[in-house]
Design a protein around this ligand. Sequence first.
Ligand SMILES: [Zn+2]
Length: 606
Amino acid sequence: MARVTISSPGKARVPSQAPGQPPRNIHASAAGSPADPDQRWRPRGRGPVCGYTFRDKTCEKSGPHYCEPRADKPVAFFAELLVHTKGPFARQRFVLSAWEEHDVIRPVFGEVVWSSEWQRYIRRYRIVYIVVARKNGKSELVAGIVLYLLVSDDEEAAEVYGAAKDTKQAGKVAEPAHRMVQLSPRLKARLKRFVASRRIVDEKTASYFEVLTSDAEGELGHNPHGFYLDEVISQPDGKLWTAMRTAAGARVQPLYLCMTTETDDGTSFGGEMIDEADRMIEDPKRAPHVFAFVRKAPRNRDELKRLHRLFPGHPDLPFSLDWADERNWRWPNPALDDFLSRSALRDEALEAANEPAKLNAFLQFRLNQRVQQTTRYIPLDLWDDNAGPRWLNPTWRDKQLHGKRCWGGLDLSSRLDLTAWCLLFDDGTCRWRYWCPESVAPKLNDATGGQFGQWVKAGWVTLTDGDAIDYERVYQDIEADHEQFSIINATYDKWSGEPVRQEIETRTGLEMFESDTTYTRMTVPMKELMRLLHENELCTGGNPVSRWMADCVQAKTPVDDPERIRPVKPKRDTDKRIDGIPALLFAIDGRLGSYGDNYDLMESVR
Ligand SMILES: [Zn+2]
């Protein structure tokens, strides 16, 4: 129940409203927006009637649900106990703005699931990613969350920790938290600050908030109820995050927050975390306990389309890719015109227009774009839209496909790893075969969280004996496909496949074309793949191995030519594999070649 929250009269902050902007509360009810609780995906489950009551409002729902009274409590906590500590609203009540309330606080604190372990409803989300541009007030927002977790989350002896690159950086949240305590008579009476130990202590419940030092991963004995990691992109690796994550054993509903702006290094810990946040938005089933709020300006047409698909009707969506168009600024800057001054952005945009080096900084820090040229390529929701009827195994539709025209793509990534063969039919059906030496299976099993073993069992991947790929098996399977379907030609990667090409040609008489994964060869098939996905013209049969690989694909674009693109092969010591996607791209290349006219048109983008 409401322990700390008190009602007190006070002047509510009236958010400023730019002329011509839509009313801000549309935001919360935009159809299809994740901000709308009715549209939110939830895990299945059961549970008794909730019955949670806050200020005469009682929740009658059961099972996983959005619990309005629970969400009301932190919203009231902010407005009634906290004040802003800086900027135009300093010392005024902290009335959450629409995006803070409806896109972050309400879902994070209101979404609950029944826990049979604790015999009560607990917060569904344990991990929260917040990825927005700088100066949108995220430090103050998180400072408020920290104080809520400390004194108002019904947790005895709560331990709340904060960390960043160093203690000074972590203080960006700790300082406003301390200031909020000073400016709130109720909190000031209850909480004590200990500067030397970097703590704010609530003696009543033996709870404290502490800023960790940068070498904190070596410390033992944490049992966090709450933890924030600020500017994740400054972390050298994931050690601190993992140490804190694995420390939370004994808490009922711990909350981990990760805040950051975009990075210029997609392969860093921070870059991967941002990618993971993006995946959560496309595929919430992936990890029902993870919440992501991500606001990045799109870098290309596909990313712009993705946003409009995932957030239909959202009033803040960007209109175009033009970074200088102010209408595109609100998406990465939800606090624009409110907490964040538009004229400051205008000044920087002007400078950026005249100076390329400043443009990069503007794109990264103000529009929250990944300025480095490697990005995730295929949004998972788009890939899933092209699954069609699910196959139970890779030969599921062989009878219907018998004798039909198709094009082959072969990716022999390494003698010691996965090899992929993709057949693309006229109607967009994709049929993959994967082979892998059995010695690699345990590693791939780990990389996929145990799924790889199931894929092998179901026949999606053929394991061959020994340490290296058994080419004889590959030849036999391709020969069998050649007898069964009308394969027009096959395209393969010239860097790894020459002897294999000769053998396949000898055995089947198939016409083989060489290709590679350079900009020159990949730009056209990659654009065609994106077009096929958008037009819903592929049918992957839900192949789980290919889905995993589609998710792993990163693409690269040269700095001086945004029209060119190629896939980036992950290093073999990572947990990622993409072989099935180059195989599909090779098949697409072969099919475009046969489609003639179409190909000439596409050629012009090279
Ligand atoms: Zn409820």
